[in-house]
Ligand binder design. Sequence first.
Ligand code: SF4
Length: 376
Amino acid sequence: MNYLFNALPNFTRIEISPSSRDSEVADRIRSLYPKDIIVELDSDIDATANKGIMSADEFNASKKSLLLTTFKGQFFKRCPGATQKKALTCCNYHVLNLGSQCNMNCSYCYLQSYLNSKQTKIFTNIDDALLELKSMADQFAEHPFRVGTGEVIDSLSLDQLTLYSRKLIPFFNQYPKWSLEFKTKSHFVDQFLDLETVGNTIASWSVNPDYIIEREEHGTASLEQRLTAARKCKDKGFQLAFHIDPMIWHPEWKENYSFLAEQIQKYFSADDVSIISMGALRFQPEQRHMMRERFGMKSLVTSAEMFPSEGNKLRYDASVRAEMFQFMLKCFKENSSKWNIFLCMETPETWIGSFEKIPIQIPELRSVFKPLPTLT
Ligand code: SF4
């Protein structure tokens, strides 16, 4: 089967490292893209060679240039939120990085202050990643680790090229207590819907009202496309999660976010959705300059009034965040108390301001936030 159900991601140059030459991904790329944009490299590029923050032009260009290479480091890590454990209340999330950079273009994207590579990368040695994961999973098979693939690359926007979902889902089926989370703003799911799941793969979408998607989430799927893709996943037995994150303040925010809650509830009941997480706009101060250069002052993100906060990030004032979270909570809970909602990358104070409790005091969230063994 071809598995290419939608238009090809728009790369203008694709380089293939010698170490990736014989990989399945390289074969697939060669069969899908015109020969004249593919370059077979003579030697592997040193992934550590790029240092420092990129210019806006370099960052834009890095979305169009793809490098297939192998990754020599540790694939599997704790979520960055966990490394700031004193400041943030963290949900035991782990990340598996199978590439970096994203072919979509959100104005607030944290990759603007994080990445220093002038190319989008896909790591073709997924079999090494799975071996690494296996040694962890065999050791801790009984602990409910949550593993996400969408930290520095969208989980599914390039999946039609890599087909990594088709390797990951069967792998996680062997460890039913572990769960795999795809996190995306795309609507590409058809390439894995024929696979069996034992129920531990979570297809999740970051969602925002169309008002925000149109202004700030360039090149992403519309809300309706995301919800339709989620419906397809639910109908095939996959778990669902939604991340209403980042919530972005604007004068009509109440109207637009209540419409978002309505849309989600039009497609799904509380029983259909395992978890909804919420977070508000946040970014590193050094990112502001790049965002202004790339998106101008009309963006709701670059013009927002933000304050230094936990983890050195700029955030809305705590009272604004609490108001937004309480509002959203009410939009769901007034229809059903069964919606499972929590905050992402927030402080205990904001939890108390929004929920009147910290997560460990909320019975339905206790298992998500319970400390797990530390992996080395
Ligand atoms: S989808 Fe995610 S990774 Fe891609 S640009 Fe938007 S925020 Fe960044």
